[in-house]
Ligand binder design. Structure first.
Ligand SMILES: C[S@@+](CC[C@H](N)C(=O)[O-])C[C@H]1O[C@@H](n2cnc3c(N)ncnc32)[C@H](O)[C@@H]1O
Length: 162
C-alpha cells in the first residue's frame, strides 16, 4: 500500500528549504546509462519528484524531463526554484504514470520509492520504459523488499549490494 506523508503545504515548503541536492548520484546514473545504452536520451521521468530538486539535475542530459508527484503542494513549490525550459511537472500517482508504453528512457525515483506501492510502481516503470531503458531508485537506504515477476531476487540482491 502507498504511504502518504508529504502532501501538506507546510511540509512542502520545509522540504524545499532543507533537502540536499544529489549531483553525484545523478552523475552515477548518467555514467551508467551512457555506458550501457544509447548516447542520446529523449525522456526522463522523476517519479515522486517533490519540489523538483532532483528533477532539474536531469535536464542537461535529456530532451525532456517530467517530474511527477501525487502532491499538488509539493509540485506548487517546484517552480519556486528556477526550472530549465525542458523540465515540466505533472500530478500523478507513481502507480499510474501518464506516459505511453515504451516512451521513457529513464524512470528515476529519488528518496521516494519506499512510499509507493512498489509492486504497482515497478509494473508501471516496466510498462513506460523503452527496451533497455533504465530504472534508478535513489535513496538514503535501500533497505526495502522489491517484488516483481521473476526478477525479485535479482532486484533485492542489487539493493543489498548497494
Ligand atoms: C522524500 S520526498 C522526495 C522528493 C524528491 N524526489 C526529492 O528527492 O527531493 C517523497 C515524495 O514522494 C511523493 N510520493 C509519495 N507517495 C507517492 C505516490 N504514491 N505517488 C507519487 N508520489 C508520491 C511525496 O509526495 C513526496 O513529494
Amino acid at each position: 500500500m502507498a504511504v502518504r506523508l508529504f502532501e501538506g503545504k507546510k511540509h512542502a515548503a520545509a522540504y524545499l528549504q532543507y533537502r540536499v541536492s544529489p549531483t553525484e548520484l545523478i552523475n552515477t546514473i548518467m555514467n551508467y546509462m551512457e555506458k550501457k545504452t544509447l548516447k542520446h536520451f529523449n525522456l526522463a521521468v522523476d517519479v515522486g519528484c517533490g519540489s523538483g530538486q532532483g528533477t532539474v539535475l536531469l535536464a542537461p542530459y535529456f530532451t525532456k524531463v517530467v517530474g511527477t508527484d501525487i502532491s499538488p503542494a509539493q509540485l506548487e513549490m517546484a517552480p519556486a526554484k528556477s526550472n530549465p525550459p525542458n523540465v515540466s511537472y505533472r500530478q500523478s500517482p507513481a502507480e499510474e504514470l501518464p506516459f505511453a508504453s515504451g516512451e521513457v528512457d529513464l524512470v528515476a525515483a529519488m528518496t521516494a520509492a519506499h512510499w509507493f506501492d512498489r509492486q504497482q510502481f515497478l509494473q508501471e516503470a516496466d510498462r513506460v520504459l523503452r527496451p533497455g531503458g533504465c530504472l534508478a531508485l535513489v535513496s538514503y537506504t535501500m533497505d526495502m523488499e522489491l517484488e516483481y515477476r521473476d526478477v525479485s531476487n535479482r532486484l533485492n540482491d542489487i539493493c543489498k549490494e548497494v
